[in-house]
Design a protein around this ligand. Structure first.
Ligand SMILES: [Zn+2]
Length: 331
């Protein structure tokens, strides 16, 4: 099993990536070319106007081209592919970011593993779309060792069906040593539609070596990202005994880890903190810098920020030096 995060204990925040740039990416959105309402150029303009640096149009089984215009966002050639599941009439879907051609024939892959492997062979980044919406278990995903990332939050699924959050299955994968990069997306089909838009809900911050499609794909393949529906994570540093996080004003900051493990601190001093403490607050008393203890037992953890408006940000799983020991129950 590939443990990708072993080489990125601080992920995109490691000093080795100091020369990189943060790019705000929309990595999942649809146009009239498949089942969306905006024309490709209108979709790109919509995200450009909202401050996005990168757009990957992911029409189903198509690579949709668009004119980004002068100084427009970087366009990543991409598609949303599908794979059969043994046990269900429904398919799983995988984002293929940075592919130059489509599979031939254009039929669903036999498995998520085969789909991810094909994408990886093309030099693309394979990101599992909406695992909760597809009702996938960790056992459905573990064989797909070529996957690079997972949508921890799919905005469209969250908005329209309330099942866009996939943190539980993501953590089960991490606990079993399969660490996938943090991705959050809109999966918009009606971006900017005056009758009801499903965009600007979620995005992925990627630490790319440069402002290019290839660098974005390379960063997702290497786990150099965090996912957000609002909050920003400014820095993440290893310090003695844990991590120090600087972020946009937060109601709570936590380290999510495996069974029995992790810690969290809230801005409200009346709320109990566990294995975490506030280092700095803003004028409103919200957390802008926090210390998180490293895991006690588990060898991985991920940082999660919660903002006062309900927005969240998630780092990918980080390799942290917990002690992997049998849990003691006192029995
Ligand atoms: Zn989609």
């Amino acid at each position: 099993m590939t443990v990708q995060s072993a080489s990125w204990p601080q992920g995109p925040f490691a000093a080795a990536h100091d020369s990189g740039i943060w790019l705000r990416c929309q990595l999942h959105c649809h146009t009239t070319r498949s089942d969306g309402t905006p024309e490709p150029e209108a979709l790109v303009r919509h995200y450009a106007d909202a401050g996005f640096d990168v757009v990957a149009i992911t029409d189903h089984w198509l690579i949709t081209e668009a004119d980004s215009g002068r100084d427009g966002p970087v366009l990543v050639p991409a598609s949303e592919l599908s794979a059969d599941l043994d046990r269900a009439p429904f398919e799983a879907e995988v984002l293929a970011l940075g592919i130059a051609r489509l599979p031939n024939p254009r039929v669903p892959f036999a498995s998520i593993a085969a789909c991810a492997a094909w994408i990886a062979e093309q030099g693309g980044a394979a990101v599992l779309a909406h695992p909760r919406w597809s009702m996938l278990d960790a056992d459905d995903i573990l064989p797909a060792v070529a996957l690079h990332g997972l949508e921890v939050l799919n905005g469209g699924c969250a908005l329209e069906q309330g099942n866009g959050l996939s943190d539980a299955v993501w953590d089960r994968l991490s606990e079993r040593g399969f660490h996938l990069a943090a991705v959050a997306t809109d999966d918009s089909h009606r971006a900017g539609d005056p009758g009801g838009s499903d965009s600007l809900l979620a995005w992925t911050m990627v630490r790319a070596a440069e402002r290019s499609a290839a660098a974005v794909v390379d960063a997702v393949r290497g786990g150099r990202s965090y996912a957000s529906t609002g909050p920003a994570i400014h820095t993440l540093e290893r310090v003695a005994g844990g991590l120090e996080v600087a972020c946009s004003p937060a109601l709570a900051v936590g380290l999510v880890s495996g069974p029995w493990d992790g810690g969290r601190v809230s801005a409200d001093p009346a709320r109990a903190a566990h294995r975490a403490r506030v280092l700095e607050r803003d004028a409103d008393g919200l957390i802008v810098r926090a210390h998180l203890d490293e895991p006690e037992f588990c060898v991985w953890g991920r940082v999660e920020i919660e903002a006062a408006d309900g927005g969240r940000a998630w780092t990918g799983p980080l390799a942290l030096p917990g002690v992997r020991a049998p849990y003691r129950t006192g029995g």
